[in-house]
Design a protein around this ligand. Structure first.
Ligand code: PMP
Length: 434
């Protein structure tokens, strides 16, 4: 496993540079030199820097993403599609080029299978409201898991209410892993769709999605994968996974907020009715009826978030320049190091799988006798940013029988030193409350 040292920050990299000096002895990344690419994470005038451990909520942005967005507005801004003038043609090229880049990022076979959305939430709502509305009826079942984010629960509840379908949940074991034997029992010909997160935002569990998909296929169910927490951390290949829908968010993977994507098989997109009506998504509009633009534009009503798409493509390029396998190796080192350190904190209960191979570097825990909000407040006083709460997973919190947890979530710019600082902060919280 790679050794991650807290390196010295060596100053900024030239604008537009997409390769970073991240090679690190033993493999993985040098988190400190990756961090040098993130303006917000730099030390202030007094030499203090934020220890940012809330990347599961939103990641920070590297210089190349900030520059790509600024460059678009400075030099390429125009509305896209059907523009006759050169600037609009260039904006369209950038927008469609970003679509192709994101399709490659998740190994989609065809860029036109990638629909831009505001994020994972909108992507799931789109599927539930269009494919779901067309394909589910009374008595049909939607299979979710106890690990799901509210974004992968509530859209299905709205659908279930409209079409009189039923929602069922696959439970987890004591380590927060899916109970696959129970999944088998719940799967039936009534199951029309299985919708699950690839990686849990609350526990960091990496779900065995390929296996889940394979089993769903046997009963003819469709599978939607919520990839919000997977795309930033793991290499993704939607074709080899064999899913039907895959949803991602730009801001979790170093891109802008308010942009994300839904990937779906072309034949499904062709069959699905539009989600929203307006400009861009039509072919012809008559007073009483309209015809739709070809996919993916049929699902992209209104002026799109072009700068967001450009920024998200820059984020994908940034992660590729680090190396997706290197990102995973770096995080695996943080998982092992973090688990070892946190296990030794008195009164701390760490949730999630014990096998580092089954998790990303998200550490959700409770501390005996200290409310998670108090833990987070004490850490905040030391400039350590963690999240405390239900992490938009209330059914999971209920299952764990806790009102909330404290969650420290790492990304490419975090180091072992950050985890040392976290543990020191927790020891201090323990002293204050003892
Ligand atoms: N699913 C998971 C697993 C998430 O972590 C999140 C964001 N916390 C979402 C869905 C929703 O993503 P967004 O807010 O970007 O739409």
């Amino acid at each position: 496993m790679s050794e991650i040292r807290a390196g010295k920050i060596e100053g900024d990299h030239p604008a537009g540079q997409t390769t970073v000096p991240t090679a690190h002895r033993g493999g993985g990344l040098d988190g400190a030199s990756v961090r040098a690419r993130f303006p917000l994470l730099q030390p202030d005038g007094a030499g203090a820097r934020i220890i940012y451990l809330d990347s599961a909520a939103t990641a920070q942005r590297p210089d190349v993403v900030l520059e790509a967005v600024a460059k678009f507005y400075r030099t390429e801004n125009a509305n896209v599609h059907r523009g006759i003038y050169d600037l609009s043609r260039r904006a369209t090229e950038r927008y469609e080029g970003a679509r192709a880049a994101l399709a490659r990022f998740i190994k989609a076979p065809d860029k036109e299978e990638l629909v831009w959305t505001r994020g994972t939430t909108e992507a799931i709502n789109l599927v539930a409201a269009t494919w779901g509305q067309e394909n589910l009826g009374p008595g049909d079942e939607i299979l979710l898991t106890t690990l799901e984010h509210h974004s992968n629960i509530v859209p299905w509840q709205l659908l279930a209410r409209r079409v009189a379908a039923r929602i069922r949940y696959v439970d987890i074991d004591e380590e927060g892993r899916l109970r696959l034997e129970q999944y088998d029992e719940l799967l039936s010909e009534r199951t029309r769709i299985v919708a699950l997160g690839h990686v849990s935002n609350a526990l960091g569990t990496i779900n065995p999605v390929a296996e889940v998909i394979e089993r769903a296929r046997q009963v003819g169910a469709r599978v939607l994968v919520d990839g919000a927490q997977a795309a930033p951390h793991l290499p993704i290949d939607v074709q080899s996974l064999g899913c039907d829908f895959y949803a991602i968010s730009g801001h979790k993977m170093c891109g802008p907020m308010g942009i994300g994507a839904l990937w779906a098989r072309r034949e499904l997109l062709e069959e699905m009715p539009p989600y929203q009506g307006g400009g861009e998504m039509i072919e012809t509009v008559l007073p009483d009826e309209s015809t739709w633009a070809p996919v993916p534009h049929k699902f992209e009503a209104g002026t799109p978030n072009v700068a967001g798409a450009v920024g998200m493509a820059a984020a994908a390029a940034f992660l590729e320049s680090l190396g997706r396998d290197q990102v995973r190796a770096h995080e695996l080192d943080l998982v092992e190091y973090g688990m070892d350190r946190l296990d030794r904190v008195e009164g701390l209960r760490l949730f999630g799988p014990r096998d580092p191979a089954d998790r990303i570097a998200v550490f959700s825990f409770s501390m005996e006798g200290i409310h998670p909000h108090d833990v987070a407040t004490i850490l905040d006083a030391e400039n350590i940013a963690v999240r405390a709460g239900h992490h938009c997973t209330q059914p999971l919190m209920r299952r764990l029988a806790v009102p909330a947890t404290t969650r420290a979530s790492c990304y490419v710019y975090n180091t072992r030193e950050d985890l040392d600082r976290l543990v020191e902060g927790l020891d201090r919280a323990r002293q204050i409350f003892s």
